[in-house]
Design a protein around this ligand. Sequence first.
Ligand code: COA
Length: 133
Amino acid sequence: MYVANGDPYTMSDRRFPDAGSYAQYLNGHQNKEFIVFENRRVGFYAYSFNHTKNPEGGYVHMIYLDDKYRAKGYGRYVLNKTMKHCKREGVKSLVLHSKKGNHINQDIYTKLGFKCLGDVDDTGFLLKWEMTF
Ligand SMILES: CC(C)(COP(=O)(O)OP(=O)(O)OC[C@H]1O[C@@H](n2cnc3c(N)ncnc32)[C@H](O)[C@@H]1OP(=O)(O)O)[C@@H](O)C(=O)NCCC(=O)NCCS
């Protein structure tokens, strides 16, 4: 598996109905990568540093895998890669937002080393990974 630039707008995220709106969204972000596996796009992913939700660290804007590519270790791969990037850049934490009631995601992120910081609003909560190495 590898991570490379690509064009994710055909993935089923309804927030981005076309390439232009997704490109506009990503342009505001410092790091932007799309998940690619065996020449097939399996999902998309974006994170950046110095976001208001984690000014001292990194923030995952989105991580999304197409249904049939879930629970195969890709999420762990991409987040581990990000954590290593954080380490290289001297960034000591990574925060992401998860939708309320999504207990599956909460379990997954806990397994990946994130701890829940509590609700941020009616829609969801923040989870944080802190470097321990
Ligand atoms: C959340 C998501 C990115 C996780 O990536 P993934 O590739 O499916 O997860 P992985 O296969 O790397 O699994 C990571 C860990 O979670 C566990 N896990 C995976 N799916 C699980 C599930 N449905 N229930 C419980 N645990 C699960 C794995 O066993 C693994 O733990 P382990 O290594 O100790 O066995 C992916 O499932 C996804 O895109 N979901 C839909 C979109 C979404 O909700 N995005 C998040 C918005 S915040």
